[in-house]
Write a protein that binds this ligand. Sequence first.
Ligand code: EPU
Length: 337
Amino acid sequence: MLREEHKSLKNYNTFGIDIKAKCFSSVQSIEELKTILSSHKNEPLFILGGGSNMLLTKDIDEHVLHINLKGVHVVFENNDEVIVEAHAGENWHDFVIYCLHHDFGGVENLSLIPGNVGTAPIQNIGAYGVELKDVFDSCEAVEIDTLETKRFGLDECKFGYRDSIFKNEAKGRYIITSVRFRLTKNKHLLRTSYGSIQDELEAQGIIQPTIKDISDAVIAIRKSKLPDPKVLGNSGSFFKNPVVTLDTFNAFRLKYPEAPYYEVSAMQYKIPAGWLIEKSGWKGRRIGDAGVHEKQALVLVNYGNATGSELWKLALNIQKDVKDKFGIYIEPEVNVF
Ligand code: EPU
């Protein structure tokens, strides 16, 4: 296991922020992970996965532990379904490709999401009508204090919209080492109801789509509006879509009848933060190298040399303007350090 000092994390976060870790280790096995946890009992740790959901605003004094556990295998299968286990350091989209290659259905709508398998449950990644929880079987995690291994089932994870136990009561206590997915082998449950998927399939003249067709459609949609982090640093949606009460929603709708929305329940409505940000005049704006993406206002981008603090300042200004104009608070989806 390599331990490095004063290492730049530019290539380890999808915003491409050039900050330094005082101390950095990359672990490739659970044994290495446990060794480092036991030998650094009193040293504060900073757990790093794919770096796709974080904004780094300052150098990191904690010991950065890069979770680089690899491997994907089938744990159980019968004629209809399969349980596949992927280790935490596997790239998420590579895992989706593996599933498509084996004709395992369930994750195709989640194609091209940046990040790693191990961090996917933390924020219950979701896109185009599917969330990780829909295909989740369980995950294994090591408790940092005790080094004990624990398996978390679906209910224990308390998944919500971009939320789980790992963002709440279990925050900072566990390192997820692998995730098991429950996938279909045939009779795939195709989820094409999300408007733009249907439009994309129709445009291609596909009437009976395969899971590969759905993945291709999702990839085409994402590429058309979301910037590729390898080309333009970003962290996907910077903010969550706010969920408001029925009263707030009714008042909002009266004033802005044209605004898009989703009904979450009879008492709760979700309003797209991208729409609120665009109507606040921020879409496509740029301050130095920190900007708001021109095709999707929910995504903040690093045009080259933006610092984390500049991006965070931009985010706070956007948040304030949305609050002033609409009276609605938009909460960051990314973790800010
Ligand atoms: N909209 C605007 N202006 C914009 C962006 C969006 O008016 O600049 C409007 C769109 O016209 C549409 C609505 O807002 O009516 C929703 O837009 P879209 O379908 O693009 O989805 P989103 O709500 O912006 C969410 C997820 C994405 C996910 C897509 C598709 C969150 C925070 N974001 O975005 O997830 O890919 O739905 O399912 O829930 C991510 O989490 O990083 C991410 C990219």
